[in-house]
Design a protein. Sequence first.
Length: 558
Amino acid sequence: MRLTDRATWKALNAHSREMVDARILDLFAQDPQRAQAFSTEACGILFDYSKNPISAETRRLLVALAEDAGVPAQIAAMFNGQRINVTEKRAVLHTALRNRSQRPVLADGQDVMPGIRAVLERMRSMAERIRAGVARGCTGRPFSDIVNIGIGGSDLGPLMVTAALRPYGSPSLRAHFVSNVDGAHLAATLAGLDPQTTLFIVSSKTFTTPETLTNARSGREWLVTQLSALAPANLIVENHFAAVSTNLEATAEFGLIPERVFGFWDWVGGRYSLWSAIGLPIALAIGFERFEQLLSGAWEMDEHFRNTPLERNLPAMAALIGIWHIDFMGHPTHAVLPYAQDLKHFPAFLQQLDMESNGKSVDRSGMATNYLTGPVIWGAPGTNGQHAFFQHLHQGAQVTPADFIVAANPADNVPGHHDMLLANCIAQTEALLRGKRTDEVRAELKARGMQSEELERLIPHRVFPGNRPTNTIVLKQLDPRSLGALIALYEHKVFVQGAIWNVNSFDQWGVELGKQLASGVLEDLKAGRPGSGHDPSTQRLIEYVLKSRDAPQGDTGL
Ligand code: F6P
């Protein structure tokens, strides 16, 4: 049955017409317990969703929709290793990577846990040997810098986590991330580095991604050129490179020795892979024990997710509120606003997690959806965003629901700062809720002595509509365990939404066409002639850059 034909969907549709003009402040006035009743806590995380235009009836209907869509059974199917990635016929078992229990996890009847534990042990050994200066570069010097080369899920997860856990890092082993095929990224990163003390990790699930292979080859060339007087090329590559991939043939072809290659499995999606050996840069930067704490935090959220009734289930409620906004209130974008500078890459990480997973417009049976699915995700850390795009959140013509994320305790003890950060975060959600009425603006301006004509002219510009929906997510501290739980919360939120929308959240065919066409355009650029078969705009763009570039570029080896 189509989602929109379900009685539970229709009931929500009817209910949304009753709620469309609801004022959240009135809902608070009607229920003195609302702040508690519309928030839930698990794994050291408070999820306060009371500042949304939803009533107890809305929540009841949303939970009914999730049950009707078979969310509990779909959760079980994922954890039990069923092939829920239907287009690629794969299981989805990133949760097994952080299974801290002794329970087996079966994929095709095989327990995947021994393989996972074996790779974790190898990661532990490598992280310990490098951090202790036992494993060294080819000239005998300990490593000071790690350069992760990867893109998408092979970049954003470790990049985001390493930045988020900066206070746990060590100044003697710095992590850098090169993803963009723009040579500026590699050049700027390598500019300050000493090749004798630099370790590259090439992270690519497929080991076929052109950007990653191009950067890896250029990194190899930089090392070999710089160190050629000191060691033979094969020794340089063996000592200064590691790889994380499911494609072990390709890593061997690149010149990597098996001891430096860390495998993972086709049942780990790229955007869900930071828990696998793709997390090696994290383990190197913060130490393996803390990497394990990250896994533990995620596992605690997994346990909460699979064992808690939907109305008290953090990821499920986050998902349902999102569906309410997107499909019933008509707000298809979602802002993520971490009040933590160390979470500066969190919005970009979530963009891939959410938009690559649920940016789909056909359901699992291939039928076009007649409802909106994955939202546009965007955001930036507060308080910076307040001085940039918050104008739009407060007074823009579109309503953008937002998640505010903050830790009660600071990452660094710089006196006076954290209370200011907390105050801003909390006050913004209050301002978005309350707004400012005409009479309040008038009284304020009068009190400042403004004359009536000027005052009346300004009032409409200074009124805030309020009633803008927000969730507030409070961690005790941004530490490995709570970060693990936070990431898992969002992973499962995306899962529940995909489960209800009946889309396959685990493929990403939408990224393929551009890749295919890029190789044709690259041929044209390399040949130095405008190609054929392009549309007129594309054709002209190729001609224009061919005319405008100073000299033909070197062969990328693709
Ligand atoms: O093109 C998109 C994508 O396939 C992502 O899903 C993935 O995370 C990224 O490219 C990198 O892929 P790989 O790890 O295979 O290099």
